[in-house]
Write a new protein. Sequence first.
Length: 738
Amino acid sequence: MAVVFSRQQRDAFEQRYLERVRAMRIALDRELEGHISALRVLSHSEYLASADLRGFYEQLHRVRTEQPAWSTVALLERNGTQLFNLHEPFGAPLPKSAVEVALLARVAASGEPAVTPLVKGAVSQAYTTAIVLPVQLRGAGTRLLVLALDSPVWLRFVSSVPVVPGATMTLLDQNGLVIARTLNPERWVGGRVSAVLYAKSRETPEAAYRNVGLEGQWFYTAHSRSTISGWTMATGVPVQDVERQLRGSTVAMTAGATLMAALAVALALVFGRRISQPVAALAQSAAALERGEQPPPAFTTPIAEISEVARAFDAAAKRLRAREIGLRESEAESRRLAAERARLLENERAAREEAEHANRIKDEFLATLSHELRTPLNAVFGWARTLRNEHVDAAMMMKGLESIERNSMAQVRLVEDLLDISRIVTGKVRLDVRAVDLAAVIESAVDAIRPAAAGKHIDVQTMLGPSVGTIMGDADRLQQIVWNLVSNAVKFTPRDGRVQIRATRLDAHVEIVVSDTGQGIAPHMLPHVFERFRQADSSPTRAHGGLGLGLALVKHLVELHGGSAAVDSAGEGRGATFTVRLPIGFGVAQPPVAPAHSGVSMPAAAADVSLKGVRVLVVDDEHDTLDLFRYVLGRTGAEVETAASAAEALARLEQRRPDVILCDIGMPDEDGYTLIRHVRRLSALRGGDVPAVAVTAYGRVEDHVRSREAGYDMHITKPVEPGALVAVVANLVKRSSA
C-alpha cells in the first residue's frame, strides 16, 4: 500500500508539472503570435508599397516606443544584408545579419514567418532571438522584416510564472541552447541544456521524467515543445524536495496504517481529489487558452501554486484578448487602406492607359490628316507650277487642269467631313426636315459616284422599290448618307466588281442596303467600323486613303434622323453589306423636294449668260478672291467694282448704286453681317434694297439662317464654281427687275 501510495503521489506531481509547463508553452505561443500579428500589420505599410524605406524606418521607430519587449527591428535582403536597423541611424553602414541565410531564403520562398534559434546580434552583440516575416517592397520584390527579442525579455517571461520554492523554468531553442533560465541565467544563457533534456525535447512534444540539471542536481523534469517556434519550455523541481514531501506523507501513512487503515484510505482519496480536481480545472483553462477561447474565471484552491497559476491564466487571457482585438482592428484598417490604395492605383493605371491610347489615336489621326491634306495639295501645287513655268500643249494643259480641279474637290470634301464631325460632336448639327423624294436622293448620289465606278469597271446597280416614296428628313444629309456608303463600297471593291443599292419600304421604315463584292471586313474590325478615325489599315503602306470619317458620319446622321445603321461581312475578301433603316415619319409638311447639291451648280447655259451693263460690287478682304470674281463676271460683260473692307464698300455704294452685291462674311474690323445691316438701313434711293449674296466659307445651316436674318437674299458657300456665280448674279438681276 505504501508503494502504491508513493507512486500515485509521484504521478500526481509529474502531471502537475506537465500541466504547468504546457500552460507556459501555450502562453509562449500566444506571445509569439502577438508579435507576428503586429509584424503582419506593419507589412501592409504604405511606405513599403511606395518603396519609402526612410518613412518605414521612422514608422517602426514610433511603433517600437509602444512595444517595450522589442529590442530592434531590421529590414534585410535575402542574403542577410541589412537595409536598416533601428539600433543605428538610417543609412549607417551595417554588418550582415546574424540570422542564417538559409532560414531567410526558406522564409522568402514559403511566404510564412519563422522564429530563429538563439543568436548573437550583429549590431548589439547580445544574445537575442528573432521573428522573420517576408514583406513586399515595391519595385524590389521580397524582403525580410526581422524583429529582435533579446534574452532578458524571455527571462522576464519565464520568471512571471509562480513556481514552488526551488523549481526552475528553462526556455531552450531548436538547437538546445538556453534562451532563458530562472536559475543562474547569467551563467547558462547561450549554453547547452543537459543531453537528456535536449534528446527528450526532440523525441516527443511533451513528457515528464527524471533528469540531471546543469548544476548537477537531480530534477523531476517536464517539457512541452512549441509547434510555432520549435522552442521548448521546461520546468524542473529538485528530486529531494519532492521525495521529502513523498517520504513525509508515506511515513505518516505507514505509522497509522495498522490502526487507521480505513482513515488512511479516506485521507488518500481526499488528498488525491484535492490535487486532481484543481489540476483538471487548470488543464481546462490551458486547453481553452490554446484554442483562443476565453478560459473559465479564475478559481481558488487550497493549493497555492495552482491558484496562482489560475489567476495568472485569467490575467494573461484578458491581455491577449485585448491585444488580439486591437490587432484585428488595426489589420482590418490596414487591409481597407491597402484595398483603397490598390483601387486608386488601378484607376490611375486605367486612366493613364486611356490617355496614352487617346494620344496614340490623336497622333495617328494627325499623321493621316497631314497625308490626306498634302497628297491633293501636291498635285494642285505641282500642276500649277508646271502650267505656269513650262510650255505645254493643249492636251497636257487640260490634263493638269482636270487634276487641279479633282484634287481641289477632294480637299473640299475632306474639309466638309471634318466640319460635319465637329458639329456632330458638339451637337450643333441642324436638320432641315421636310418631305423628301428618297428615290431621287438615292439616284442623285449614285449618279455622282458613277464616273469613279466606271473608271474601275465596277457595275453599280440600283433596285428601288416602287413603294419607297417620300420620307421626312433633310435631303442634303440623306444624300450625304447614300453618297458616303456607295463611295465607300466603290473604294474597297476591286476592278470588275459589283456594287448594289436596294431600297424597300418595311412598315413604318425604309431600308437602304448597299452591298459590294469588295475586300470585306475582318471579324475583329466589325464592331469598330462606325467609329471615328478607325481604319482596318492605318499603316503607311495602306492601299486606300481617307481619314476614316465617312462611315462615322453615316451613323451619326442616320441616328439624327431617328434611324439605325448596321454592317455585316462574311470576312476578308467576301464583300460587305451596310444596312440603313430610316423612319418614314408622319404627315407631309411641305411638297417633296429633290436633293440639294452642295454648292450651287452651273446651269447648262451658264456659259452663254450675258451680264452686260450689270453693275456688281464685290466685297472681300482676300485679293485673290477679288481678282477671280472680277475676271469671271467681267468676261460676261458685267461692270465689276471691288472693295477690301466694309468701310470701302459703303463708300463705293454712296458713289454709285450697284445692281448686285457679293459680300464675304469674315472680314477684319466689320464683318459681312454688320455691312448688310448698314446697307438695309439706307433708303431705296441710296441702295438700301440692292440684292445681296453672302459668299463665304461658313457653310452651316445656322450660318445660312443668320445670313438671311441679317439681310442677304442668298447664301452660297465657298468654293463656288464660276458658272454658278454667274448664274446667281443673273438670277438676282432678273428677280429684281421683274
